[in-house]
Design a protein around this ligand. Structure first.
Ligand SMILES: [Zn+2]
Length: 320
């Protein structure tokens, strides 16, 4: 004998199960890329702190079994022109953890303001130690990430760099989930410098929420452009906010049904063969570069989440 109430409850249960949005059953894939290794930091100079921060980042990466890749600026390994053993140790930790490394140039120049030959020389200069470290694991250097995601502000410059990279057996590492993480990172480190733990916590929480909003936005951009969700590539940096908060971000991505894949796997998605003729100045998502190349309507770009003014103010950043 069922009471009316129980029947109603059972009905509500079945209705809610059947009306779960289909999105929840989607399987999603994402590669995670960390830039500016060994560390992007304003206030931490001591190599032992770099080791400590790196250990935290790698422990989060390992917790979620993420086949992450780190893009290195070798100039950061030197203090007053002398190779710093602690900073080198921080980089060694990535290799010891069986993670991939890529080249992000030696000194992080802006290609749009740099002569081609100078920029190319900086790429070669930036592969010396990475190659040695990778060889410890019988690995080769394959990937290049553009500083500021600046790929060339004229077609001539863009093609010159593409040619140089392919002649040197580099694969370009695109980014689809581009974001203002670096602004949160600055705000976070400023709060650290003022020893304001409350503020650090608040910025950290807002950071994870913002990154998920961005992820959601680029999932939709992918559907608009390709009619499906492509393998995404996320850009974050080796910095203090990720040492403390990346594991929450990884957890939130898993909640969205993401499986973590390598950059190599991500690039097997045919979307990455799309034409890219973008020559604007901005370091924008590849999804938007492909949109630009297809000459999509301006309305395509609408609705991108922005970094709130409060975070910009904490970071001391004028505009994104
Ligand atoms: Zn960078």
């Amino acid at each position: 004998m069922f009471s009316k109430e129980i029947i109603v409850l059972v009905l509500i249960f079945f209705l809610s199960v059947n009306s779960l949005p289909q999105q929840d059953s989607i399987k999603r894939f994402i590669a995670v890329t960390f830039d500016d290794l060994p560390m992007n930091t304003k206030y931490l100079e001591d190599g032992s702190q770099w080791i400590e921060q790196t250990e935290k980042i790698i422990s989060a990466i390992k917790k979620f079994n993420i086949p992450a890749i780190g893009f290195v600026n070798e100039y950061k390994l030197y203090v007053n022109d002398v190779l710093d053993s602690s900073r080198l140790k921080a980089l060694q930790l990535w290799v010891d953890a069986d993670l991939e490394l890529g080249n992000h140039t030696y000194s992080h120049p802006d290609y749009h303001n740099t002569e081609n030959e100078t920029f190319f020389a900086d790429i070669i200069k930036g592969e010396k130690i990475i190659k040695e470290l990778l060889s410890q694991k019988n690995k080769k250097l394959h990937y290049f990430r553009h500083p500021f995601l600046h790929t060339g502000n004229s077609l001539e410059k863009k093609i010159a760099l593409q040619d140089f990279l392919s002649e040197h057996n580099y694969t370009i590492a695109p980014v689809t989930i581009d974001n203002g993480e670096w602004i949160y990172a600055r705000a976070y480190e400023n709060a650290y410098n003022k020893n304001d733990l409350e503020l650090m916590k608040q910025i950290g929480n807002e950071y994870v929420g913002y990154m998920i909003d961005k992820t959601n936005y680029f999932e939709n951009q992918s559907v608009k452009l390709f009619g499906r969700e492509i393998n995404q590539i996320l850009l974050v940096h080796a910095n203090m906010i990720n040492a403390d908060c990346f594991d929450e971000l990884a957890e939130a991505l898993m909640q969205r049904n993401y499986s973590f894949i390598s950059l190599k796997e991500a690039l097997t998605d045919t979307a990455y063969q799309s034409e890219d003729t973008f020559t604007g100045r901005g370091g924008i998502s590849w999804l938007h570069r492909w949109g630009y190349s297809r000459k999509v309507d301006k309305s395509f770009y609408a609705g991108e989440p922005e970094v709130p003014k409060s975070i910009m103010d904490f970071a001391g950043v004028e505009s994104e």
